[in-house]
Design a protein around this ligand. Structure first.
Ligand code: C2E
Ligand code: CA
Ligand code: CA
Length: 639
């Protein structure tokens, strides 16, 4: 073998490759046991480590078989050399692809550089594979004599390394500079090691030198912002977990702990709770990962494949929780679910949980099932439709249906007023009732636009019926207190009524009392402003909350609507009846008209009439009907 071998491969000591392989194993152990966000770049990174591991193994095989070339089939020497070199090229190519993703090299020159590197890689692999046949590189001649042709490795290596440096330097502005510097510096250490190695005729540390940039990448990019005290990672990590679960067709268990008292700005987890969270998330499920999803919300996930007995484990956890819970004295809600194909993104899960939570009592546990998902999907669908309705701003949107409930006027014994009640009619769900969608519309700031549509349709109905000769004193429309805060509320309302050309007095607005002082001030201001135009005002649902008479008197309502609960109460005992009768009398004496809602039976009617009723509304007369059918109740003006 002699001098040539020494010249070509230098002094080889397996220690370098053993260290490289061991380091790769350490990487794998760390990666397996820490939660790393499951991004595409992370998968590439794992491949880099794996490739380096392979390279170290085959370098070992190659060098050892070369040393004992007389004792092994030559094919092993050739093949291990090819794999060894190709793995190192591949590692560099993967570093380049990794850089392409992280630095978002798109249509620009960056992409061309990457393609060039791939072409060089392809040619290099071809050369390495053909070399033994044509005697281009390593040759094992007769009597196991070793000789060399042209070694392509340093050329390809240099080219690919320069490509990496080029990309890093040219596109450095695209990521946080500290990260670029960190990776560049670690790459320089690699070159330093290789340089020192060639100077001393060594070839033991070639593979090991590939690992330094990987250290930098793992540490600077993929290490996680754990909350060191409770061990939770953030929502971004959850987003990537869900992507990973769906892409790989996995099934994960998700457990959410919601602590409403910690769901406030600036709340900190008490020490005891942190300790408990650490214990619970670490002790029970294999590979459990904890996510901090939002205020007071922690989510524990675990791969079901790794926790075959998860049902028992969950039960044990819950029992344990039940025992410990009194210690913390914090309200909670616990949700348990599996990942499902029907949900796509992390947002879907978070929204589903939020939705399910809103239906739960505190200090309960709920297992998410198909029904919850159905309901949630329906909820999303309705919300999307509502959003669309409001975005389109079409005052005639056919999805919004106005029903009306005629109201009996006691003095005239005729129906001359009515209440407009909204429904929405959607393709997938059919007709939806206000209890379902009004809270949604309020929550998502969609209520005002909806009200304008209802108001417009109501005005149009009043106009057309009046034109046909019907006598309509007025129709009332429900408005949410929230809406009054909307900028331009009065202007928008006035504008819609004005456009229809009917007198303002034909429209009334129903409002419910609100507890807050600021709501009250706003309500007062808006009522006063709109009353100037002639719009009438009803106080809705009187008797359902804590009424503040002083405030009610300050607001210029025209009609007080006594809630059905008052009607029911008055028919059950005499004391209540007296109280309701007194209240009604008091309002009448002060020039408010009293309307009773929810009159269902002749007995109800009789009671209400005795108790100063001016108007009666309820199923006894009519259920809410499509507004076109008001013509069945209202009478034509006698001219
Ligand atoms: P509300 O304003 O108190 O409306 C009266 C509700 O009682 C209506 O339910 C009506 O169908 C029902 N009702 C009428 N007569 C009787 C009766 O004799 N017995 C019983 N048990 N119930 C009766 P609906 O239409 O489902 O409306 C529910 C609530 O939705 C309304 O309560 C109101 O708060 C809200 N809402 C309806 N339409 C609108 C709207 O256009 N805008 C806003 N912001 N809220 C609306
Ligand atoms: Ca009402
Ligand atoms: Ca009411």
């Amino acid at each position: 073998m002699g001098d040539l071998t020494v010249y070509y491969y230098g002094n080889y000591n397996p220690i370098g490759d053993i260290l490289a392989a061991a380091t790769c194993i350490v990487f794998f152990v760390l990666m397996h046991n820490s939660y790393i966000v499951r991004t595409d770049t992370y998968s590439l990174f794992r491949r880099i480590i794996f490739t380096i591991f392979l390279a170290s193994a085959f370098s070992l095989v190659f060098h050892l078989t070369l040393k004992h070339v007389d004792q092994v089939p030559h094919i092993i020497v050739y093949v291990s050399l090819i794999i060894y070199h190709v793995c190192l090229y591949a590692a560099l190519i993967l570093y380049i692809l990794y850089g392409r993703l992280q630095l978002r090299l798109g249509r620009d020159t960056g992409k061309r550089v990457v393609i060039l590197a791939m072409v060089v890689f392809g040619l290099a692999v071809l050369y390495e594979c053909l070399a033994p046949f044509f005697g281009w590189g390593l040759r094992i001649g007769e009597k196991n004599l070793i000789s060399y042709g042209f070694n392509i490795f340093p050329v390809v290596y240099t080219f690919l390394c320069l490509t990496i440096i080029y990309i890093l330097v040219v596109y450095r502005k695209r990521i946080y500079h500290q990260i670029v510097y960190g990776i560049l510096f670690c790459s320089l250490v690699s070159f330093g090691v290789l340089y020192a190695q060639t100077r001393t005729d060594e070839s033991s540390f070639t593979v090991f030198s590939f690992i330094f940039p990987a250290f930098a990448i793992l540490y600077m990019i993929h290490s996680n912002p754990y909350d060191l005290e409770i061990g939770a990672v953030d929502t971004f990590a959850f987003e990537k977990l869900i992507e990973f679960v769906h892409k790989r067709d996995k099934e994960y268990l998700l457990m959410e702990l919601y602590l409403p008292e910690l769901d406030v700005e600036g709340a900190v987890y008490p020490e005891q709770v942190k300790e408990a969270v650490r214990r619970f998330s670490g002790e029970y499920l294999k590979g459990g990962t904890l996510f901090q999803i939002g205020g007071g919300t922690l989510l524990l996930s675990a791969d079901i494949a790794r926790n075959g007995n998860y049902e028992q484990v969950v039960n044990r956890m819950l029992n344990h929780f039940e025992e410990e819970y009194p210690k913390y004295n914090l309200d909670y809600k616990i949700l348990i679910s599996k990942t499902m194909k029907r949900l796509e993104t992390d947002k879907d899960y978070i929204n589903l949980f939020t939705y399910a939570k809103s239906k739960m009592e505190v200090n309960t546990v709920h297992f998410i099932d198909d029904k919850d998902v159905d309901e949630y999907h329906k909820h999303r669908y309705i919300l999307n439709e509502l959003t669309d309705i409001c975005k389109k701003k079409n005052l005639n949107d056919p999805r919004v249906e106005v029903f009306c409930q005629p109201v009996l006027n006691i003095e005239t014994k005729k129906y001359d007023t009515a209440e407009a009640l909204v429904r929405i009619n959607l393709q997938e769900t059919g007709r939806v009732f206000p209890d379902t969608f009004i809270p949604m519309a309020e929550q998502h700031g969609l209520i005002h636009q909806l009200s304008l549509i209802i108001l417009h349709k109501t005005c149009e109905q009043i106009r057309s019926m009046t034109e046909e000769g019907y006598h309509i004193q007025r129709i009332s429309v429900n408005i949410s207190a929230l809406e009054l805060r909307e900028e331009g509320f009065c202007k928008d309302v006035s504008e819609v009524i004005r456009q229809s050309g009917i007198p303002f007095g034909k429209v009334a607005i129903e409002l419910t009392e609100s507890q807050s002082e600021s709501d009250f001030m706003i309500m007062k201001q808006k009522i006063e402003e709109l009353k100037e135009n002639g719009i009438k005002f009803y106080l809705d649902d009187f008797g359902t909350g804590y009424s503040n008479f002083e405030r009610i008197m300050e607001l210029p309502f025209d009609i007080i609507k006594f809630d059905r609960s008052m009607v029911i109460a008055s028919s059950t005992d005499e004391k209540s009846e007296q109280m309701v009768a007194h209240l009604a009398k008091m309002f009448s004496d002060m020039n408010y008209s009293v309307l009773y809602e929810g009159v269902e039976t002749p007995a109800d009617e009789e009671n209400c009439v005795r108790m100063n009723a001016k108007y009666l509304q309820g199923y006894k007369y009519s259920r809410p009907i499509p507004m076109e059918r008001l013509t069945d109740y209202f009478e034509k003006e006698v001219s």
